[in-house]
Design a binder for this molecule. Structure first.
Ligand SMILES: C[S@@+](CC[C@H](N)C(=O)[O-])C[C@H]1O[C@@H](n2cnc3c(N)ncnc32)[C@H](O)[C@@H]1O
Length: 390
């Protein structure tokens, strides 16, 4: 009595490759299966001992498969050092809901990747920011008084988008100081290097803070002499990545005086913007969105990145799929916070809302800000608002 390969394949639900491997290993004495020769061919004998051995081999295979697709991680010191305590709690809580807030992606090496995106990508971004700045200069000649101004660059990135603007102010001897404000220390350091090279003594300094979590407008007060007005810039359409916009507007308004201006740009809620997902699918954008989870130890198969638009909630998003089951341990505050991620979970790494201009104007109004000007770029996809206190 003997067992055919097809019986074994069917009986254990295994591949023909695995069944042949078991037979070959038996021939080489690498397992305990015994063989019998029938008409010149060798088969696995149908004995109780062989059934027991087949069960053992099957279980061995399953355990191996499980361990290949299961990973336990302990967050490294390098990873933990990027966050403040509050940010770490936010990160851990978000990850428990299978989301990594895109704002953390600019930490560490993320800052260099953003800089690469700004310079490569055939710089759609540079063109966009130049258009914005040209328009800004045109408009500010209407709203700017003949006084000296501080420029506060909120979410400054590498600081470069504002170069033409601060040069223009400087040339008119109206630039007091430029300050960058960013969640990422590494991003601020890059802005500092770039801006110092560009304007030397007029570089005022930087504040590393999360504008969603702190009352950062005290920084305006601290750095504004009586003779100086402020222009608070928030470019890069970053307001679209913020979930509680009113809080940000409110926060900025609190630090403004009657002569100050707040200027920002945003992506409009248009069909074209909502369907335009390709720019977020590039390898370099994937690199930006992989950097932090990979530093944590999550392995990302680039093919699993997925970008789409959520029409009910009006945001574009990007996810990747966990190709393993993860148990992630964060050693914090003398104990370990644990996050479990099942295999095949979609993890969101980026979210961007496209915005209705009326809604934005209402939100500014709630924060005590009045719109002086709203302009759109040539393609009518991006808008820029200049406002001041009501
Ligand atoms: C899309 S980049 C734009 C950079 C630059 N303004 C430009 O126009 O090229 C967004 C920048 O905002 C920063 N950022 C994002 N969320 C932030 C937050 N909640 N608080 C402070 N900075 C934030 C990021 O670190 C990054 O430098």
């Amino acid at each position: 009595m003997y067992l055919r390969n097809s019986d074994i394949i069917k009986g254990y639900g295994i591949s023909s490759g695995t069944a042949s491997q078991w037979s070959n290993n038996a021939k080489e004495g690498k397992n305990n299966l015994t063989l019998v020769e029938v008409e010149g061919k060798q088969y696995i004998q149908d004995t109780p001992a062989n059934h027991e051995e087949l069960d053992r081999l099957y279980q061995l295979g399953r355990n191996k498969l499980k361990s290949d697709y299961k990973k336990e991680i302990i967050a490294s010191k390098e990873f933990l050092s990027l966050f403040t305590d509050e940010q770490l709690i936010e990160f851990i809580s978000d990850l428990g809901k299978y989301e990594i807030n895109g704002k953390f992606g600019y930490f560490g090496n993320g800052a260099n990747i953003w800089d690469k995106i700004y310079h490569e990508g055939n710089s759609r971004l540079q063109v966009l920011s130049l258009n914005v700045i040209n328009k800004l200069m045109e408009l500010l000649s209407v709203y700017l008084e003949n006084k000296s101004y501080n420029v506060f660059d909120v979410g400054a990135g590498n600081g470069e988008p504002l170069f033409p603007f601060i040069h223009a102010l400087n040339a008119k001897k109206q630039l007091n100081k430029y300050y960058s404000i960013d969640i990422s220390k590494e991003m601020n350091e890059l802005a500092k290097q770039n801006i110092e090279k560009e304007i030397g003594d007029n570089y005022g300094g930087y504040l590393t803070t999360d504008i969603e979590a702190t009352t950062f407008s005290t920084y305006f007060y601290k750095n504004t002499p009586d003779s100086t007005n402020n222009i608070i810039c928030f470019f890069g359409r970053t307001i679209g990545n913020i979930s509680d916009r009113v809080r940000i507007f409110d926060n900025i308004a609190k630090g403004m005086t009657a002569k100050d201006l707040f200027v920002f740009n945003f992506s409009l809620d248009t069909k074209q913007n909502n369907q335009d997902l390709n720019k977020m699918k590039s390898n370099i954008q994937n690199e930006l969105h992989s950097s932090l989870p990979e530093l944590l130890g999550i392995e990302i198969d680039q093919k699993t990145f997925y970008t789409d638009f959520n029409p009910e909630l009006n945001f574009k998003f990007k996810t990747f799929k966990a190709t393993k089951e993860y148990q992630i341990n964060f050693p914090v505050f003398n104990h370990t916070k644990k996050v479990h991620i099942p295999i095949n979970t979609e993890i969101t790494v980026w979210r961007a809302y496209t915005l209705d201009q009326k809604e934005i104007i209402d939100e500014l109004d709630k924060a005590g800000l009045e719109v002086l000007s709203l302009t759109k770029d040539k393609t009518a996809q991006t808008a820029m608002i200049i406002c001041r206190l009501k």
